[in-house]
Design a protein around this ligand. Structure first.
Ligand code: TXA
Ligand code: MG
Length: 323
């Protein structure tokens, strides 16, 4: 998986203003040198993302945090020590090193040290920050394999590094430490329970529909097919009702569901971490089969189940034109 020659080629490209796709433990990222404004602008252009939506800066290690962010509260050190490298992003007041191109003009910056050997090797060799959103077109399902990236963006990126399937499978948890008491802006690959255990107090989830966190737009993470949510016990009835409307229906859910015999089921395990790992890949597979609508069974609302339920709810939300 870790090919030193490819890592060096990636770093060369990044130093010359290139844009590459690289694996992280959460999802694949579309990366540019965070201090190269032209390259960062190309990331926005490739994704088709509005330039006001800020990007996460990925760092080689927590010792880099203080050159990108200032006024670090004790919680920043506590969380970084406990969970970096890992699926956690911290929003902090920025230093001038984090430019407007990356932060969308906000006075804060989002930082994360990813827990994937390929991403870390690239970051350590580069010695700086990589601005990297998920490597999908804006509003679509995030990629969790190199193949997903090639299908979505292949021709537009200078190199796709293949690090195998992502082990976490949903994006990082974003914690805002820039405005008083910590809050969670996006539930993700690190559970709220784990964060609260380290901080020693409860941390509210404050997802909003402001543009500030683009993943919080209601219709984000949408496959082409429609998505209908169901508790596992309701799936069969939902399938039946949708079929009566003449729709081609697929199911995302665990083994053991009682379903009509001829319904295609895409396996999303009942355990939340297992569901998170395969969710995006299954959404893509189901989409490729041309279903009109997917009945998605919700995992329990604990651990990574919160992030899975969040993504499924957004996939099920009414779509803007063009999604
Ligand atoms: O797991 C992840 O976080 C992946 C991998 C590639 O690291 N990245 C990712 O990036 O999900 P992206 O751009 O798809 O989502 C980043 C989120 C956006 O919702 C953005 O609005 C939010 O981070 N964000 C970035 N900077 C922020 C800031 N200063 N304040 C609040 N939210 C911020
Ligand atoms: Mg994204």
């Amino acid at each position: 998986m870790l090919n030193p020659e490819l890592v060096e080629r990636a770093v060369e490209l990044l130093r010359r203003g290139g844009v590459i796709a690289l694996p992280t433990e959460t999802v694949y990222g579309l990366a540019a040198n965070a201090e190269d404004e032209l390259a960062v602008r190309r990331v926005f252009a490739i994704k088709g993302r509005p330039a006001t939506h800020p990007l996460i800066v990925h760092l080689p290690g927590m010792e880099h945090m203080a050159s990108w962010a200032r006024d670090l509260p004790p919680a920043a050190h506590q969380l970084a020590r406990a969970f970096w490298p890992g699926p956690l992003t911290l929003v902090l007041p920025r230093t001038p090193r984090a430019t407007d191109a990356v932060t969308g003009g906000q006075d804060t910056v989002a930082l994360r040290v990813p827990g994937h050997p390929v991403a870390l090797a690239v970051l350590k060799s580069l010695g700086g920050g990589l601005a990297a959103p998920s490597a999908n077109r804006f509003g679509r399902v995030s990629p969790t394999t190199a193949e997903h990236v090639r299908v979505d963006l292949g021709a537009d990126v200078d190199l796709v590094l293949d690090g195998g399937p992502c082990t976490v499978g949903v994006e990082s948890t974003i914690v805002d430490l820039s405005s008083g008491a910590p809050s969670i802006l996006r539930p993700g690959g690190l559970s709220t329970e784990d964060i609260e255990r380290v901080l020693g107090h409860s941390v509210p989830v404050k997802t909003s529909t402001q543009v500030r966190v683009s993943g919080s737009l209601a219709s984000h993470y949408a496959p082409r097919a429609g998505v209908v949510l169901a508790e596992p016990g309701e799936a069969a009835a939902r399938v039946q009702a949708l079929r009566e409307q003449g729709l081609r229906v697929g199911v995302l859910g665990p083994e053991g569901l009682v379903l009509p015999p001829d319904v295609a089921r895409f396996d999303v395990p009942a355990d939340p971490a297992g569901a998170a790992r395969v969710l995006y890949a299954r959404l893509r597979e189901a989409d490729e089969r041309g279903h009109d609508v997917l009945v998605a069974c919700l995992p329990s609302a604990s651990g990574l189940g919160i992030a899975v339920r969040d993504r499924l709810s957004r996939a099920a939300a009414p779509r803007d034109a063009g999604h």
